[in-house]
Design a protein around this ligand. Sequence first.
Ligand SMILES: Cc1cc2nc3c(=O)[nH]c(=O)nc-3n(C[C@H](O)[C@H](O)[C@H](O)COP(=O)(O)OP(=O)(O)OC[C@H]3O[C@@H](n4cnc5c(N)ncnc54)[C@H](O)[C@@H]3O)c2cc1C
Length: 387
Amino acid sequence: MCAAVADKYQDIRDAVRGLCAEFPDEYFRKVDEARAYPEQFVDALTKAGWMAALIPQEYGGSGLGLTEASVIMEEINRAGGNSGACHGQMYNMNTLLRHGSKAQKEFYLPKIATGEWRLQSMGVTEPTTGTDTTKIKTTAVKKGDKYVINGQKVWISRIQHSDFMILLARTTPLAEVKKKSDGLSIFMVDLREAEKKGMTVRPILNMVNHETNELFFENLEIPEENLIGEEGKGFKYILDGLNAERTLIAAECIGDGYWFIDRVSKYVKDRIVFGRPIGQNQGVQFPIAESYIEVEAASLMRWKACELFDAHQPMGAEANMAKYLAAKASWEAANACIQFHGGFGFACEYDVERKFRETRLYQVAPISTNLILSFVAEHVLGLPRSF
Ligand SMILES: Cc1cc2nc3c(=O)[nH]c(=O)nc-3n(C[C@H](O)[C@H](O)[C@H](O)COP(=O)(O)OP(=O)(O)OC[C@H]3O[C@@H](n4cnc5c(N)ncnc54)[C@H](O)[C@@H]3O)c2cc1C
């Protein structure tokens, strides 16, 4: 394994590595080929308590911070797995934890902690509005003691492996609010009930083995007590969840980056062409060294984002910058890894092409690289708004 800078989380690293060692490359390769869900792996992570890392001890979790959670995600991806199958279970509940009522936390969190209930899904993106989130068209209209949901979502992941979803919907029309981010609200949706009462799920076959779906809502009624926090403030609440998500995905990219660097470093030492290891050529060494430097730098920004989040400080800029740096670094490492494996990089049995596809996603989701640049330009540097 390449020598990453030592940190104080070695115990967590060793424990997660130990669990991941029971799920070798062949396991993830077979799951990928079958387009299946890594049920056994997710169960093992849940039983070992890793998925409940961020849930406070009073609700049955281990009460760790985002820092430790990021180490868990990093190690899963570093071991050759893909946290994308289950990372939602770790961070989605954060919105509930920070903004839900005591009664909601007491009701949901203990069962999420044991894994009896899975809260793996968050429904934000819509087909006609894309990244322009405040323009979403899904509405939640109060009728008596219920909200009635109508609209459509796209790319909503892990619905088929979730019991609950956090849904963002507009409760006050855009034309009636002062700020476009006002008038949006978030709800807990019981997916098992919703599928019987007005929600239709249409799976989207995609480049990665990632379970994601289109959702259609037609007069879906949900109880008013499923509203999280105050009506109309959902956009602000969901940002907390999204910032945690971006930081944890940065950690996954860091794990991917190390995985690619480990694999390619070993391969180029062993592969002899023109009578010497290909890794003796500086044209081969430099892209690998460069991506290692970038992964290490991304990791520093990840620590900074985690530290601020755990201290309840504003960290939108750091979360975005960590995600940007880490996704870029893992993609550079992926390119070097596939390139220097030559033809073998394309053979499924080497696992490089699978990890290459998986890490490519993070240039686009959960937030595209361009939108991060735009956030930093406008909100950090104060440049004129472009939209
Ligand atoms: C596999 C997968 C899983 C996903 N899971 C979820 C999920 O669980 N829940 C959820 O809510 N969403 C999910 N998403 C959606 C994801 O967050 C969005 O795809 C992503 O934010 C980009 O939005 P979009 O696809 O609508 O792209 P668009 O907004 O249509 O943008 C397309 C591209 O145009 C560029 N662009 C757009 N606007 C600008 C601009 N102003 N300036 C410069 N460039 C711009 C960007 O490069 C962007 O990538 C998932 C997506 C994928 C592919």
